[in-house]
Design a protein around this ligand. Structure first.
Ligand code: HEC
Ligand code: HEC
Length: 489
């Protein structure tokens, strides 16, 4: 609309200017008498026709302006909104690019629904493949914008989450962090969906508790395999190296001889490569066993045999190289792997992940085991990653329930001394902490304790409060028959 008005006015101005220039030059040619010396119109003419014309012109111009000004003004509002929207869209787009480029989705899930990361666990030197990365599609319900910015800029030390902002030593400037925040805000699920997640997460936490011993046992098995891989790396690197060399030779000569399927690999080469593949696969040096049919140019549908062959040879060569590097560092790696194995062994024996839900039920829930299981599950699903050290890395690395991590220990009656009443504590859990603002009896917030009022129901929050204020967490070993001893104090 605004553009239309501007165009009309501009065209009018150009037309008027052209008329002036045109009439000026016409007069030069045809009418040598200057305007002030030629006879003008009579008074009669001036006061009737000419006056009328001028007045009509003035009214039309005034009318045009009266209409054009508000129309232009209305358009201007739209135009400014349009700019804001355009800038917003551009920021979202840039934010999405940053998200993709720096692989946020690789750990937090493509759509921000949560995921896992691989990380070398510090105390054990064990590489953990399933370090839990929290969902970001509901993070705005738990933190305000500045608090989220803090995590992005500074990361979280001793976890896979690196610092991303320049101030934290990362690559992103504040504009990029801002764009990223806009993008993350745009992928927030709605609140009902956030609440729907709860049951799944609590069930998941329960299953994790039940499967913990098995999970640690299989981790020990993996570590044992890793130890064997390092121990035998000298011989195996030579064996793979020889197989890789043989495969490379076949591939180099594959252009000669009869080639029935015309795929660039002779029939003899194809059967030779199949034999090599079988040998490598049975020795465990290939994840899959490629087959090469001399009468089919694409034995694996969609991939030419020549390509499959080249890939297999490259895989074998890189396995050989990595094994020989392992062999060169054998001593250090062996020490490290043995340390990890011992760590896992002692974790399996001490089973720190265990929670006696029967005791919790008895102590805090008047015997209600269902409520106790739910409370423990809630804690593990929503709180343990900050209040139980090692929780995110898996059961083998986990310390005793609620014994403290990034956030303080909540054991030994801490919840009772910090919050004199259950209501105070509930309010704190509902809103979380604010940077520099006091809470409880002697707490000072850092903004890092999330608020759960928007993602958990009041019922669930009350369960957690009861659990944390119950005697099973107050440091006194629970003894059958002592129920109700601690509690609200
Ligand atoms: C290598 C994996 C990895 C990558 C890549 C990664 N993160 Fe994280 N991030 C994590 C982990 C793990 C945590 C939680 C640490 C913990 O609690 O143990 C986390 C925590 C966070 C948090 C705090 C959320 C909360 O609820 O505590 C935010 C926000 C965050 N990441 C944003 C990002 C953004 C934005 C990117 C991309 C620029 C990104 N992360 C890239 C692994 C990763
Ligand atoms: C992202 C990490 C994080 C998560 C998740 C988290 N907390 Fe916290 N929590 C903290 C931090 C950090 C503090 C210390 C206060 C601060 O720095 O703002 C804290 C403080 C507390 C306190 C006060 C302790 C004291 O003695 O001062 C309680 C109680 C608490 N959290 C309970 C919970 C509960 C219950 C949950 C789960 C529903 C939870 N927290 C989830 C990080 C977390």
């Amino acid at each position: 609309m605004a553009t239309l008005v501007v165009t009309i006015v501009a065209l009018g101005a150009i037309g008027w200017f052209a008329y002036l220039v045109g009439s000026g030059s016409r007069r030069d040619r045809k009418d040598p008498v200057p305007a002030n010396l030629s006879a003008s119109q009579t008074d009669d003419e001036l006061e009737t026709k000419r006056l009328d014309r001028t007045l009509v012109g003035a009214v039309v111009t005034a009318g045009f302006l009266t209409l054009a000004m508000p129309i232009y003004y209305l358009g201007e509002l739209d135009r400014q909104e349009g700019f804001v929207e355009e800038f917003g869209d551009a920021s979202l787009e840039r934010g999405h690019e940053v998200w993709e480029e720096f692989g946020c989705g690789g750990c937090h899930g493509t759509a921000g629904g949560g995921g896992v990361a691989a990380f070398l666990e510090d105390r054990s030197q064990v590489t953990v493949s399933g370090w839990a990365s929290p969902a970001l599609d509901d993070v705005f319900y738990r933190y305000d914008r500045d608090e989220i910015a803090f995590w992005i800029v500074y990361g979280r030390a001793n976890t896979p989450m690196p610092p991303w902002g320049l101030e934290g030593g990362g690559p992103l400037n504040s504009q990029q962090v801002d764009d990223l925040l806009n993008y993350i805000q745009s992928i927030q699920i709605d609140q009902t969906q956030a609440l729907l997640k709860v049951d799944g997460l609590v069930t998941g936490a329960g299953n994790r508790l039940e499967g913990a011993a098995d999970a640690v046992a299989s981790q020990i098995e993996e570590q044992q395999k890793e130890l064997d891989r390092i121990r035998t790396s000298g011989e195996t690197s030579q064996v793979v190296g020889a197989i890789a060399e043989q495969a490379r030779e076949i591939l180099d000569l594959a252009g000669q001889g009869i080639d029935t399927d015309g795929d660039g690999l002779s029939d003899v080469a194809e059967s030779g490569l199949s034999a090599v593949a079988r040998q490598a696969r049975s020795a465990g040096f290939l994840a899959t066993e490629p087959v090469f049919d001399p009468r089919n140019a694409e034995t694996l549908i969609g991939v030419s045999d020549r390509r499959s062959a080249a890939r297999m040879v490259a895989d074998l060569e890189s396995t050989a190289t990595s094994l020989s590097i392992t062999f060169q560092n054998q001593e250090t790696l062996l020490t490290q792997a043995r340390f990890g194995l011992d760590f896992l062994g002692s974790a399996a024996r001490s089973a720190r992940w265990e929670v006696d839900t029967a005791a919790v039920a008895h102590a805090a829930f008047g015997g209600g085991e269902e409520a106790a299981i739910r409370a423990v599950g809630m804690f593990n699903a929503y709180c343990a990653r900050c209040h139980t050290a090692g929780y995110s890395a898996g059961p083998a690395f986990q310390q005793i329930q609620a014994s403290g991590g990034l956030g303080p220990s909540l054991r030994d009656g801490r919840a009772l001394t910090q919050f004199l009443t259950a209501e105070d504590m509930y309010d704190f859990l509902e809103g979380g902490s604010d940077s520099g603002v006091g809470y409880g009896v002697n707490g000072v917030g850092s903004g890092r304790m999330p608020g759960f009022g928007m993602v958990l129901t009041a019922e669930d929050l009350e369960l957690i409060v009861r659990y944390l204020r119950g005697p099973t967490l107050d440091g006194v070993e629970f003894v059958e028959g002592e129920a109700g001893g601690g509690g609200e104090g």
